[in-house]
Write a protein that binds this ligand. Structure first.
Ligand code: UDP
Length: 553
């Protein structure tokens, strides 16, 4: 394997000389360990010590040079999960002169992305923590291209979804375990260490109960572009493409294109839907659509994605398999089912995904509220929700509780007990929440995104004032349309004007359709007003305020 890596692709002696003379060079982005990604020349890894090594010399570079703060708590997070103390990255320092006494290094010529997978056994974690962050970290650094090498340092084996990680680059990813095979000292000619957290939308509850991240920076657009490229790499043809392939008449093709269907994502080992057949019949009848089932136990992942990418609705028990909602077409609906005593409001990774701006998915949750319809598993191991290891009193408390109280990740026995229940889905109550929750009938929308273009500033804002009487004044504010509006087709253009009397800490807001307005109510003579104006597209796309106007009556 070391042959494959080094042979003929780099000048070994030149590389060794460069390392000996210049040592390691590191330049990072980010102010904190939680938002840092570092780029290295000649970062080395010593497999014996299981440590990365920074060789310093007169011409090595280390930016930021944190001194001992590099250990408080770490240089950076190796996974996309924020500040998790099992995921920290650091290196040891050695003088470049020490190379003389060390085994001959093996050089890795590929540009390498070094990262940790957070939980490669769980599909939600695979997509949310690893694939999306790695994909967009690679977009951030141009030389992390199709030829880039990924190195996973968390120390796990390949795991059940390794084929998905293989889609990120044309080169086989390396596991920590395999680094040994390259000899005792391995030096990455060019590498990036760490993952962008820009695309993550959920925090799992390590320090506060789980929920959407406080500051989500990703939109459905980026998630959909990622999904599209992953599908291409899995050789899955999108819906539009399959429709074209049919050789029937245009009308037939049109019909085929529109054949809406529902997918039930079934779990076969835990958290079961006990009356799946009944559910399928009921859905087919209610929506007059074909209902297909998929499961990770029975199908290839690619074939599941193929089916989901054309579905109008996706039904599933809460669980990692629901991350596949990111492959649903625009206009589709996600229906997430929760077992007894689990509050859907508190477990929202898939709701948050479906609700990202521009994802264009509807989301509905249903919760089993009938205790007689739940099947618990107190005798199972603790990690599948068993509770027999707990004290009798605690077991009894859990068994009569009707709601899992808020809790931290990851081993709360009451949570595990409830989330691993099997459920007999009460069809009438499910149909009821669908009726209430679905705003429009879900259907595959043309692959066209709703516009998310924001207005520019309004131009040439001005005010004119006049005093009518000792207690009466007028304030006329006018402005021009934002510069980008003339290039856009916008359904509704409105303007918002805020008027604040100088020195007061409240303001009066107005929404107006036109480009000027004369205010006379609440306008006092001989008073200075501060006036802000901004444009709003389609009720929710807010533009920036123009420079504040000072208007003296
Ligand atoms: N899983 C599955 N079928 C099952 C149970 C689990 O395919 O019957 C998958 C699930 O999608 C996830 C992994 O196994 O990728 C771990 O499931 P677990 O229940 O531990 O986690 P959760 O789904 O609650 O995130």
């Amino acid at each position: 394997q070391s042959q494959e890596l080094s042979e003929g692709r780099i000048d070994y002696h030149a590389a060794l000389l460069a390392l000996q003379e210049h040592g390691t060079r590191m330049v990072c982005t980010g102010k904190m360990h939680t938002d840092r990604i570092c780029r290295f020349d000649y970062l080395c890894y010593c497999s014996e010590a299981e440590e990365f090594v920074f060789f310093y010399s007169n011409s090595s570079v280390m930016l930021p040079n944190l001194g001992p703060r590099r250990f408080q708590p770490a240089l950076l997070d190796l996974s996309s999960v924020e500040d998790h103390n099992t995921q920290y990255f650091n290196f040891l320092e050695l003088p470049a002169g020490a190379l003389k006494f060390m085994p001959k290094p093996v050089f890795v010529p590929d540009v390498t992305l070094i990262m940790n997978r957070f939980n490669p056994d769980n599909l939600m974690h695979v997509f949310h923590d690893d694939l999306l962050p790695a994909f967009y970290t690679m977009k951030q650094y141009l030389d992390l291209d199709d030829e880039a090498r990924l190195v996973f340092m968390e120390g796990w084996g390949e795991g059940p979804y390794f084929d998905l990680y293989r889609l990120l680059s044309g080169k086989q990813p390396l596991l920590k375990e395999q680094l040994k095979n390259f000899g005792k000292l391995m030096c990455f000619t060019k590498s990036y260490v760490g993952l962008s957290k820009m695309t993550t939308w959920y925090q799992y509850g390590f320090v506060q109960p789980q929920g959407p991240k406080a500051n989500i920076l990703v939109s459905g657009n980026e998630v959909r572009q990622f999904a599209k490229i992953m599908m291409e790499r899995m050789n899955i043809t999108g819906q539009e493409d399959t429709a074209k392939e049919g050789d029937g008449t245009e009308e037939e093709q049109e019909k085929e294109k529109r054949e809406d269907y529902i997918v039930v994502f079934s779990r076969s080992t835990t958290r079961l839907i006990l009356n799946e057949a009944e559910l399928i019949m009921a859905l087919a009848q209610e929506f007059q659509m074909r209902v297909l089932t998929v499961s990770l136990e029975e199908q290839s992942f690619a074939s599941i994605v193929q089916v989901i990418s054309g579905a109008s609705m996706l039904f599933s028990m809460h669980g990692a398999q629901l991350v596949t909602a990111l492959f649903l077409p625009r206009g589709a609906a996600v229906v997430e089912l929760f077992p007894y005593a689990v509050n859907p409001e508190q477990y929202t990774p898939y709701k948050t995904l479906a609700s990202l701006p521009g994802m264009d998915l509807q989301y509905v949750s249903w919760r089993n509220s009938m205790e007689e319809n739940t099947v618990t598993h107190p005798d199972r191991p603790w990690d599948q929700g068993g509770i027999v290891h707990l004290e009798k009193e605690e077991q009894e408390r859990i068994q009569v509780s009707k709601d899992v109280p808020r809790h931290l990740c990851c081993r709360n026995p009451e949570w595990l007990y409830r989330i691993y229940q099997d459920t007999l889905v009460d069809i009438p109550s499910l149909l009821e929440v669908l009726k209430e929750g679905l705003k429009t009938r879900p259907s595959v929308k043309k692959n066209k995104a709703a516009s998310t273009v924001h207005p520019g500033r309004v131009r040439e804002p001005q005010c004119q004032t006049s005093v009518q009487a000792t207690n009466e004044a007028k304030l006329t504010v006018s402005w021009q349309i934002p510069w980008n509006l003339k290039f856009l087709k916008v359904r509704e253009v409105k303007y918002e004007v805020w008027i604040q009397e100088q020195g007061e800490n409240t303001y009066m807001p107005y929404i107006l359709p036109q480009l000027n307005y004369t205010f006379s109510e609440n306008i006092k003579p001989f008073t200075t007003y501060l006036v802000w104006v901004r444009c709003i597209f389609n009720k929710s796309l807010l533009g920036p305020f123009a420079d504040v106007l000072m208007c003296r009556t």
